[in-house]
Design a protein around this ligand. Sequence first.
Ligand code: NAD
Length: 302
Amino acid sequence: DKPRVAFIGLGNMGGPMAANLVGAGYAVTGFDPSPAAASTAAEAGVTLAGSASAAAQDAQVVITMLPSGKHVLDVYEGRSGDAPVLAAAAPGALLVDCSTIAVDDARAAADAARAAGHRAVDAPVSGGVGGATAGTLTFMVGAADADLEAVRAVLEPMAGRVVHCGDSGAGQAAKICNNMILGISMIAVSEAFVLGERLGLTHQALFDVASTASGQCWSLTTNCPVPGPVPTSPANRDYAPGFASPLMAKDLGLAMTAAETTHTGTRMGELAAAIYREFASGDGAALDFSAIIGAIRDEQNE
Ligand code: NAD
């Protein structure tokens, strides 16, 4: 018998994820305060509840897909006028947070869940709305070994890959470390293309060299920031995301919070975080993160 699932946060990611659980035969009760998000999920077969705690009532699995750590902790502990989800869920429930949140918040959420007698898992994702819809997300899982089998079973309908990264917080740690590489490497690739332009080098020539040489990376060979060499990259469709710049800015911000609390020197990460923060609050607000090449092109080194 499949466990009953509560799904809290039915937005761009949570909506299609919940729909894939329904498609796999799970009974899913969901909540989202946004009427638009809720009704889209209802059309996909999610049973709507009037609050997060009502959705979680007697649920054996509670999945959250929320904007930030504060949202997750508020929902778990009932700090936004609603009853605590942790009190409503069935005893020993599996609490799976798929949101991207600070490592410290993930550990605090797991501690609170365990103190309430539940099993806690952080399982942030990569793959974006496309992966959520197709059921091919990569889940980065922080969980106790004993819970892994149950976690894999419930994530399977939404997943392409499930990687066990360690205990609570390790999934979030893996996510922000990966995305710090991504943010820095996209800036590096973009600066190289702009410098190449000024040196009279064609995009294709630089691509042909770097994509098969030591400059090779995902930012170049999959999400190439100039149109042409990789026809499927966002640059070929006016930088429609893809992975939107504000989400990159958010993830780099979380990485810098973690760098601060662990006293880690991350100079490139800090620079990338500042560059994306500025871009995301201006021209880049609705664009893929590879559109950063436009900001770099505009910048003159006097
Ligand atoms: P979104 O804003 O579309 O969805 C979040 C939803 O949470 C909204 O519908 C909002 O109404 C709802 N919500 C807010 N407070 C709530 C509450 N108390 N109870 C229930 N629902 C509540 O965001 P999204 O794109 O779906 O992202 C969700 C999370 O996934 C974020 O942490 C984001 O960083 C992460 N993420 C997003 C992507 C992406 O490409 N969109 C990729 C990977 C990870």
